[in-house]
Design a protein around this ligand. Structure first.
Ligand SMILES: Cc1cc2nc3c(=O)[nH]c(=O)nc-3n(C[C@H](O)[C@H](O)[C@H](O)COP(=O)(O)OP(=O)(O)OC[C@H]3O[C@@H](n4cnc5c(N)ncnc54)[C@H](O)[C@@H]3O)c2cc1C
Ligand code: SF4
Length: 347
């Protein structure tokens, strides 16, 4: 049986109290929300904080204001970082007005894990790799790796940086929605785009400072926008993404694209935006030819490595397929049969 290492536990009641404790020793302290990522990592000694600050007693982190599904023009939504994925999945308004975020949240892990797992924890999820997500004994047998306790990267031995994979489902979708996050510390607070929360580095994958708490996610008004999220995983019932594509778009009355954002997930250490694909589509109707060209442009930004499930070349090819399905769904095609095929691995 794998046991947790010893640690000191703090249980603040307010964000201000949590921020003060975090400021004490940010390098040795970690925040615990649902614990579905952090606690297994601690059991495997991938993460070994001396102090844990539990966020579950902070009521303000579980608030959702105006609901993502607000149909009132100009009204966005603020979702507390501690809102569970189950709360999002049960929100029918969210499902109707921001289907992409609903689809992303609904495909995270299992019902039990979604009941514990939070949106903030999902955004800050540790990056993943075949050589890292192993027991301490397994990693010791290969002399560890650069991400924890070792020197080199086993995926690319000459790489100066870790190439572990960003495996969050909601991160690419929130980036495609142009959402922002609020970060609070004892010395102040700031808001930044989800796109700016990430670095393409498997170790330093967040731009969040160690003394900052992600307190809320701000989703812009969804009036006039359509959104969608497509995910490839081994088991349809639950599994981390090995490729995903998130897209959000606004159209004029004639079906021409007014604005669009496309983001590929699980193909690098951060969600990868595809500005070239977006430029190909703006001002144009989503014809099959345009869709094919844009899907190829999303394929071009994907840089998967051989450090997660499935064969690398096939994973990369699936970026084109998922981008095509996402764009067709935004166009209004009925893609439900294809969704079922993907979920059942009938490819
Ligand atoms: C079997 C299994 C399957 C899974 N499948 C998926 C999947 O398909 N897709 C997916 O995306 N995830 C998956 N997960 C990972 C995880 O369950 C989810 O990502 C979940 O949303 C994490 O949220 P949490 O609240 O439990 O995070 P925690 O484990 O509490 O924290 C995760 C990380 O975020 C940090 N953190 C948490 N809250 C904050 C905050 N407010 N501010 C700053 N930092 C914070 C923690 O310090 C930690 O580093 C899976 C996990 C397991 C065990
Ligand atoms: S990508 Fe390399 S350094 Fe990063 S976790 Fe994997 S083996 Fe370790």
């Amino acid at each position: 049986m794998m046991r947790l290492p010893r640690f000191r536990y703090r249980a603040p009641r307010t964000v201000a109290e949590a921020a003060l404790w975090l400021a004490d020793a940010p390098g040795d302290t970690m925040l615990l929300a649902g614990g579905t990522d952090l606690l297994p990592n601690m059991k495997r000694r991938q993460q070994t904080p001396k102090t844990i600050i539990g966020l579950r007693g902070i009521e303000e982190l579980s608030r959702m204001t105006s609901g993502v599904g607000s149909r009132e023009s100009g009204v966005g939504s603020r979702i507390g970082a501690g809102v569970t994925l189950t709360t999002l999945v049960r929100d029918e308004r969210l499902r109707a007005t921001c289907p992409g975020l609903w689809q992303a949240a609904a495909q995270v892990a299992t019902p039990h894990l979604r009941s514990m797992g939070t949106l903030g924890g999902n955004l800050c999820l540790d990056t993943r790799c075949t050589y890292y997500d192993q027991t301490h004994e397994w990693r010791k047998a290969i002399d560890f790796c650069m991400k924890k306790d070792g020197e080199i990267c086993w995926v690319a031995t000459s790489s100066p940086r870790c190439l572990a994979v960003s495996s969050s489902d909601t991160a690419p979708m929130l980036q495609a929605l142009d959402a922002r996050v609020r970060l609070v510390s004892a010395s102040g607070e700031r808001e930044l785009l989800v796109a700016d929360l990430y670095e393409n580095d498997g170790m330093q994958y967040l731009t969040r400072r160690p003394d900052e708490i992600l307190t809320e996610i701000v989703v812009p008004d969804q009036t006039g926008w359509r959104s969608t999220y497509w995910k490839l995983r081994r088991r349809g019932s639950f599994d981390f993404p090995v490729v995903s594509v998130a897209a959000a778009a606004r159209f004029d009355g004639e079906g021409r694209v007014l604005a669009i954002r496309m983001v590929a997930g699980a193909v690098a250490s951060r969600p990868m935006g595809a500005p070239l694909a977006e430029a190909l589509l703006v001002g144009e109707p989503l014809t099959d030819e345009r869709i094919a060209a844009a899907a190829h442009a999303v394929y071009a930004v994907a840089k998967p490595m051989d450090n997660t499930d499935f064969e690398l070349v096939w994973r990369k090819k699936m970026v084109t397929a998922l981008a095509t399905y996402a764009l067709k769904e935004l166009r209004g095609d009925d893609m439900s049969a294809m969704r079922t095929r993907i979920a059942r691995q009938l490819l």
